[in-house]
Design a binder for this molecule. Structure first.
Ligand code: GAR
Length: 214
């Protein structure tokens, strides 16, 4: 649905997404490409980054989505920075937070505020290869299959309940850039599909088992 000026109209039932990103933002771009369709069920209403140079900021600007920079250097300590992140995301009144290449660990106090509503994407088949170098670590280990994981965020590093995964083959001649690119193609599709389904159908959790649908 579009206004006469061509801007998409927010469907009142669309879930409000705030995307946190530190980098180029290809996953954010994929969400922005999907959210204009009212049938998608979710809209990106805000983008928050810890890096003033993040490409995600340009993507948000080009899409007419509000953004905020919460840079660690502007705060006295990590606790104050976490409060700053909480404040920045809360302004947008999100239904869900999507961590799409957000390369910082959020404090348990922030995670708890969005318990069951904070979704992360990771470029490996968790619980294998958590952390900042999921692709590099999988290659170094010599696995023949890796992939991507969409999961709920808990207090650990990439340890939260798994919502969806896609397997990606590793080829003999792969290096980090080629494997990263193959994973990212799968990751964008998985993230867009999973976030949309969660927005439309809800998410339930039984112990560690996350299921889409109520
Ligand atoms: C994505 O592949 C994401 O899974 C990864 O950063 C990349 C960001 O790409 N995140 C992590 O490694 C977190 N542990 P993008 O900026 O192009 O979306």
């Amino acid at each position: 649905m579009q206004t006469p000026s061509g801007h998409p109209v927010e469907s009142s039932s669309a879930k409000r997404l705030v995307v946190l990103a530190s980098g180029g933002g290809s996953n954010l771009a994929a969400l922005l490409a999907a959210h204009g369709d009212a049938a998608y069920g979710a809209r990106v209403v805000g983008v928050v980054t810890d890096r003033p140079t993040a490409g995600a900021l340009d993507l948000a600007h080009d899409a007419g989505v509000a953004s905020a920079v919460v840079s660690m250097k502007d705060f006295d300590d990590r606790a104050a920075w976490n409060d700053g992140v909480l404040e920045a995301v809360s302004v947008f009144q999100p239904d869900y937070l999507v961590l799409a290449g957000f390369m910082r660990i959020l404090a348990p106090s922030v995670v708890r505020r969005f318990e069951g509503r904070m979704i992360n994407t990771h470029p490996a088949l968790l619980p294998s290869f958590p952390g900042a170098h999921g692709v590099r670590d999988a290659l170094a280990h010599g696995v023949k299959v890796t992939g991507c994981t969409v999961h709920l965020v808990d207090d650990g590093v990439d340890t939260g309940p798994i919502i969806a995964q896609t397997a990606v083959p590793v080829f003999d001649n792969d290096d980090e850039p080629t494997l990263t690119e193959r994973i990212k193609v799968a990751e964008r599709a998985l993230l867009v599909e999973t976030v949309g389904r969660i927005a439309r159908e809800g998410l339930s959790l039984t112990g560690r088992k996350a299921s889409i649908g109520r």
